[in-house]
Write a protein of this length. Structure first.
Length: 82
């Protein structure tokens, strides 16, 4: 891991960020008299278009899904105990 001072990071910020992105190696920034900071590579982007339709064919509808559900709990219809 590369360590750079805060002043060097300020001067070369964009180049250092690009280096982290390309090499996937984090950089530690060391400000004076403070805790250290680390610049880490971003997590990979998730292609959300693959999620659409990914569960197709995994659900089976049994019965009527439009009318209200009728349940019998504690001897009462349509009553749910809290």
């Amino acid at each position: 891991m590369i360590e750079v001072s805060i002043s060097e990071f300020k001067a070369k910020c964009l180049a250092l960020l690009e280096q982290v992105r390309k090499t996937r190696e984090p950089i530690r920034v060391t400000p004076p008299r403070q805790t250290r900071r680390e610049v880490v590579p971003p997590t990979p982007a998730v292609d959300r278009s693959k999620w659409i339709g990914s569960l197709k064919g995994t659900v089976e509808i049994l019965g009527d899904i439009i009318s209200p559900a009728r349940t019998r709990m504690n001897g009462r219809r349509n009553a749910i105990e809290h």
